[in-house]
Design a binder for this molecule. Sequence first.
Ligand code: NI
Length: 178
Amino acid sequence: MILEILKFPDPILRVPAPPVRAVTGEIAELMDNMLETMYAAPGIGLAAPQVGVSRRVIVLDLDHENRGANVIKLANPEVREAEGEVVYEEGCLSVVDFTAEVKRAERVLVGGYGADGEELEIEADGLLAVALQHEIDHLDGKLFIDRISRLKRDIYVRKLKKAVRTGKEPEESRGVVI
Ligand code: NI
């Protein structure tokens, strides 16, 4: 089932999500619906608060040519180790019509629980490392625009307000939509 993706400035995106107590069938179903929503958008990652569910659940798939082959579904994900520094031009399904360069750790070790409740640990670098950090940020009520300069953020907010006022169609974004 395709779910509605909430957009900035929806206040639900700002609420830190509580952990999942157990990966039940309901959570597994949520993960599947989030994946379907993410593919349809399309994006490479989605966090539960973006579909209005305040729980620590994320899904990712960087390989849309072989959808499903490299899916990551995680409940209660956490960054256990991080090193290095990398800059990517990021976008977000909840932040329409805007991308910006964001600095994050280059390599991360992320732990969490899979769709069957199994414990997982994922070592990631490059875009996957960036996407994991971006999704985990969503669970803490943070958006990538919180990680850019205030000046750039203000420019975006003004642009968004103008777009809402004029009903103008969003432009194609250049970065990677996470
Ligand atoms: Ni996002």
